[in-house]
Design a protein. Structure first.
Length: 369
């Protein structure tokens, strides 16, 4: 691992030029598809339709307390259609003790335990419960940088229940989180597809989610495959896996991939420098003035022996090749926190309100019973 970090550090110090694409085993970095193939994600279902179908689902099931279900039906009748966004989540906080306990953990900052509890519920054969729990688990997992775990859970929900739109009023959160995880799990084409569909299908989603999605899409459009930005992405991927103690064959393969790519880029830079040196001499420069290293043009890579003169090339490289998620990473900490807050902990205070209303109603009904 120390060797891996050292090679990365050396490569980042070099202003590696654009040139012939080296051959690297593993992922086909040389000819990436910007958008993955396959059908587009569907648009959201109207919240009123989702909620009304959900209530019919509860009434037809024997899993839930009939009085609680009747209370939810009455509560729905008193709401306008534009006040239904969090209804399903609030409902499960009332009718599912396990869901309520997981929310309590999230509310008390026990993020790891909340993620575990919601992940269990996301495996439910009830599609409404599975999707609601997956949304909450995803927020907790992303906060903990458990990106691959989050993506595996979201994909499992899709595999078990199909498109999630009929089962949630928060399809925007599910799709955004999936795209975000795909990109940071180095599944660029899949992430591009998911986030592009998210932007198209959810124009009313919270602004911070839409801005972040557009930033990532812009960075993917600008991505130069098989260059130093890809190495940075792999290194960040490896860092997260190691931090979460997910030391598996995929991690080792990715590290080997980064080392191979770095070696190819360094060799390319050395060959380019040798060609430049051979081409310099009397009349051979383009205003360079001789064969010394001071004749390097802006944007031309510096070798290790001329490191102090490599700044212009490195700057151009950094400007031209943004890595996916870079704008998100450069966002001030408070801005990033606000985006996460858009996704996280919206429901604890809301579900307490609904519980209070329910128990108040029970208290009023008690004398007559």
């Amino acid at each position: 691992m120390q060797t891996f970090v050292y090679i990365l550090t050396v490569a980042l110090m070099l202003g590696l030029p654009k040139g012939k694409t080296p051959t690297v085993p593993g992922y086909d970095w040389a000819s990436p598809k910007k958008r993955a193939a396959g059908p587009a994600d569907p648009p959201p279902v109207a919240p009123s339709v989702v909620v009304d179908d959900f209530l019919k689902h509860l009434q037809a099931s024997d899993r839930f307390d009939a009085k609680q279900v009747a209370f939810l039906v009455e509560d729905r009748a008193g709401r306008e259609n534009d006040d239904l966004y969090g209804f399903v989540d609030e409902a499960f906080a009332l009718i599912s003790p396990e869901y309520r306990a997981a929310l309590d953990k999230l509310d008390s900052e026990q993020v790891a335990k909340a993620a575990d509890a919601f992940e269990v519920l996301a495996r439910s054969d009830d599609p409404y419960l599975a999707v609601a729990a997956a949304n909450m688990a995803a927020s907790a997992m992303v906060e903990r940088e458990e990106i691959d775990r989050c993506l595996a859970m979201l994909d499992a929900v899709l595999q078990q229940h199909g498109n999630i739109e009929p089962y949630t009023t928060a399809a925007d959160q599910f799709r955004f989180m999936r795209g975000y995880c795909q990109v940071h799990n180095l599944e660029y084409a899949e992430g591009y597809k998911t986030l592009e569909d998210f932007v198209k299908n959810h124009p009313q989603s919270p602004e911070r989610l839409r801005i972040t999605a557009r930033q990532i899409l812009t960075e993917l459009d600008r991505r130069a495959p098989q260059r130093i930005g890809d190495v940075r992405d792999i290194m960040n991927y490896a860092r997260r896996k190691i931090a979460n103690r997910r030391l598996d064959d995929t991690l080792l393969a990715r590290q080997d991939e980064a080392v191979n790519l770095l070696e190819a880029l360094i060799e390319e830079a050395e060959q380019q420098e040798q060609q430049n040196n051979n081409g310099q001499g009397e009349g051979g420069g383009d205003g360079g003035g001789g064969g010394n290293s001071q004749g390097n043009k802006p944007g031309q890579g510096a070798s290790r022996s001329t490191l102090p003169q490599g700044g212009a090339g490195e700057g151009a490289l950094r400007n031209l090749r943004a890595k996916p998620g870079e704008a998100w990473g450069k966002m001030p900490a408070r801005e990033r926190e606000q985006v996460l807050q858009t996704l996280q902990r919206r429901f604890p205070s809301q579900y307490r309100e609904l519980l209070e209303q329910y128990y108040d109603q029970l208290a009023k009904d008690a004398p007559s019973q």
